[in-house]
Design a protein around this ligand. Sequence first.
Ligand SMILES: NC(=O)C1=CN([C@@H]2O[C@H](COP(=O)(O)OP(=O)(O)OC[C@H]3O[C@@H](n4cnc5c(N)ncnc54)[C@H](O)[C@@H]3O)[C@@H](O)[C@H]2O)C=CC1
Ligand SMILES: O=C(O)CCC(=O)C(=O)O
Length: 446
Amino acid sequence: MTTIVSSNNSPDTQAKSPSLFADASQRLENALQYVSISEDAIERLRYPRASLAVSIPVRMDNGSLKIFTGYRVRYDDTRGPGKGGVRYHPSVTLDEVQSLAFWMTFKCALLDLPFGGAKGGIIVNPKELSKAELERLSRGYINEIADFIGENVDILAPDVYTNATIMGWMMDRYSTIKRQIIRGVVTGKPLTLGGSKGRDTATSTGAFYVIQSILPKFKINPQQTTVAIQGFGNAGATLAELLFQAGYKVVAVSDSKGGIYAPRGLDIPSIRQHKNSNKEIKAVYCRDSVCDIVEHQTITNQELLTLDVDVLIPAALENQITTENAKDVKAKYIFEVANGPVNSAADKILLEQNIQVIPDILVNAGGVTVSYFEWVQNRNGFYWTLEEVNQKLKAKMEVETQQVWEIAQKLQLDMRTAAYVHGLNRLGEAMGAKGTRDYYSNSRDR
Ligand SMILES: NC(=O)C1=CN([C@@H]2O[C@H](COP(=O)(O)OP(=O)(O)OC[C@H]3O[C@@H](n4cnc5c(N)ncnc54)[C@H](O)[C@@H]3O)[C@@H](O)[C@H]2O)C=CC1
Ligand SMILES: O=C(O)CCC(=O)C(=O)O
């Protein structure tokens, strides 16, 4: 069954119990003094537009029935249909999904995509499910949220522990319910079902373009740059490989079980191979086609965050750098590939330490940008080459990175506040263009 949850989950109502959403909203409040948009628009942006909680009945392989809880939140759709991934994780909460949908809103505006922000999640450890159970769960989720989504309403995509296969099942189930093939309701699908070339690597490729645009501004040269990456999934592992190929010295990587650190540098392609075959990370260094296991330390995910490296890339989950460890961070640059890895209190500490944080809503926006390309291709029924996709992605990431940089320079802001200013200006403009008559109040009508 489906429940519409109160959308009145504003920072105010959550102030009594500190939440991820209250913390995320702080970034909006910090940017407000640098923009001139209407009070109405600001008030609207403080609240998610709609939040849905569903119970998903799944027949397990042993014959029992298990009920899973899922969410979908549409935060804002002023600039277009809601857009955002679906996360499968045991620690998913409504508060987290609302925060992720909030970030999607600003991310899509920042990249000037014709989308609003949305996100979904299911409380589940997918590693404990068989493939058949996972498929029934994914199809069941769509059964419950079908009236809440649509290719012109709210469009799904992959996120943590979801992938192209799951997106294919979801699109197929939605099409079955609607009695027509509707490819554009989900992006990140398998190529054979209308996926876009380059979507699987888009988040990391986009992040790579941002890194390559920002570091030269600080006269940083890849060959002398050490990098630590937390999270070795879709986003982290591919980015590690791109940086490795470009000559950066990737000295530490980790997954949910922990990581490895080798000051000599790691051979990322070999580590990916090991991970794919052995399901664990081993420290490997290869030169001239000869590989050996290098001297390395195993480290915890927390230790990785405070390594003495030039560049730190959190690419796993939110709230990794907080007041607990921010003062111990030694990296000079943090590129946030994960959503929300640094909380707002930690931002202040990092700023005092002169550490440059390049924010999630810019760094990881390559994923949703290629999702947009996929949606466009689905609507046109005409598909692009990988070169076309990457060329368009590169152009978009570089233009918006430069704009955020210029706002930061002009207003003397950190990159995160500058990114919110950029997104807010676009959101405010769209809200202004729509007018406020739908709010059924004449007090501010002009
Ligand atoms: N997949 C996408 O298109 C996009 C993903 N992101 C963000 O990137 C981050 C990673 O997502 P994906 O790579 O897609 O997920 P994924 O499911 O492919 O990989 C997640 C990785 O994080 C690791 N991990 C899980 N829990 C961890 C923990 N407690 N500590 C350290 N590592 C842990 C896993 O072992 C795995 O290596 C998330 O914050 C996600 O929201 C952002 C934009 C787009
Ligand atoms: O590709 C998409 O639509 C959204 C990806 C996503 O969930 C994110 O950027 O956090």
